[in-house]
Design a protein around this ligand. Structure first.
Ligand SMILES: Nc1nc2c(ncn2[C@@H]2O[C@H](COP(=O)(O)OP(=O)(O)OP(=O)(O)O)[C@@H](O)[C@H]2O)c(=O)[nH]1
Ligand SMILES: [Mg+2]
Length: 325
């Protein structure tokens, strides 16, 4: 299938074409890359925009269960929902998603939903590009909401926050009164904290945890992109499907406010610029690393540094002088 036809089918919302296109953008082959670029260029003017929501949380907190319940609720409202996963630990990817497809049984069968596993690449840079491309494809295919799930390990959360409009942190009820060792940096990225499992025996613990986090959020520096009352913490039960509509209402309210106040578009513009620069940097680096002369010079200088004959700073200066030629 040529890219023109693929583009037409994606714009028509054909899920098989979308799946195929995502496989194309995930491919490492040079000819596939060229086709991907051509396809993405064709789709760039579609003018379609989804609400991109990042969802993060440590293993077992209930991400899959939440996405299933939340995604079902959205599709029942007539919204088209795409789920993408970013899993930086390559060993887990693939396998975990197979597990997820069974855990997201209803959602994976819903006609308005599309679930895509994490690309099994280990380098975060590659995963970032592939995920962003997949987001573009899903938007062109007319999805209303794109959920990007990531397991809580610092770097991948920053990456997901940098490609989404809203960032949701899912937490479990804490046993004691400690704040579960959630890193400050991750707290600072969150727009909404959802304390999951607020049901049965865990309900009161979930409410306490929620109050603790609400307090912690109030102590953070005020951000320009937040209206009064945000970021906020709330309780949900993904299992009992409780609190999901309220959570969705808050997400919509926040997105609406940001749109009205210019923060939505400026955030996307900043993200686009950031990823453009990042990708140019990666591409230049890759090109340099492939250059045999550069490789030889790196090897030689590396050897000198290792033997102590040259200082690291001195070798770097020599390397840069060499590159300038
Ligand atoms: N009581 C209760 N249990 C829940 C809820 N949501 C999820 N669980 C349970 O928590 C466990 C982990 O849920 P998952 O949805 O697989 O969690 P996850 O965050 O996707 O986990 P990983 O994919 O391993 O990172 C399962 O046994 C779920 O049944 C909830 O709202 N209430
Ligand atoms: Mg999961």
């Amino acid at each position: 299938m040529d890219t023109q036809e693929l583009a037409t089918r994606i714009l028509a919302g054909e899920r098989r074409a979308l799946a195929r296109a995502i496989t194309l953008v995930e491919s490492g082959r040079d000819d596939h890359r060229a086709q991907s670029v051509d396809l993405l260029e064709r789709l760039a003017g579609s003018g379609r925009q989804a609400l991109r929501i990042g969802l993060s949380g440590t293993p077992g907190v209930g991400k899959s269960t939440f996405i299933e319940s939340f995604g079902m609720m959205l599709t029942q409202q007539g919204l088209k929902v795409a789920v993408l996963a970013v899993d930086p630990s390559s060993a887990r990817s693939g396998g975990s998603i197979l597990g997820d497809k069974t855990r997201m049984e209803r959602l994976s069968r819903a006609p308005n939903a599309f679930i895509r596993p994490s690309p099994s690449q280990s380098a975060l840079g590659g995963v970032a590009r592939r995920t962003r491309d997949a987001v573009s494809l899903c938007e062109a295919a007319g999805f209303d909401v794109i959920l990007i799930e990531t397991v809580g390990v610092g770097q991948s959360e920053t990456m997901v926050a940098d490609m989404t409009d809203l960032f949701i942190l899912l937490l479990a009820p804490a046993g004691g009164d400690e704040l579960q060792g959630v890193k400050r940096g991750i707290m600072e990225m969150a727009d909404i904290i959802l304390v999951n499992k607020a049901d049965g025996d865990l309900k009161s613990a979930a409410m306490r945890t929620c109050a603790d986090y609400a307090g912690a959020l109030r102590l953070l520096r005020k951000r320009a992109q937040d209206p009064e009352g945000f970021p906020k913490a709330m309780t949900v039960s993904a299992m009992e499907e409780a609190g999901l509509e309220i959570a969705w209402g808050e997400m919509q309210a926040l997105a609406h406010w940001r749109r009205e106040n210019g923060h939505f578009d400026s955030r996307r513009a900043d993200q686009a610029r950031h990823w453009f620069e990042e990708e140019v940097r990666l591409a230049l680096l890759a090109r340099l690393e492939r250059d045999p002369e550069v490789k030889a010079q790196m090897g030689a200088l590396g050897q000198e540094v290792a033997q102590g004959g040259t200082s690291v700073s001195g070798a770097v200066a020599q390397m840069l002088a060499h590159l300038r030629k």
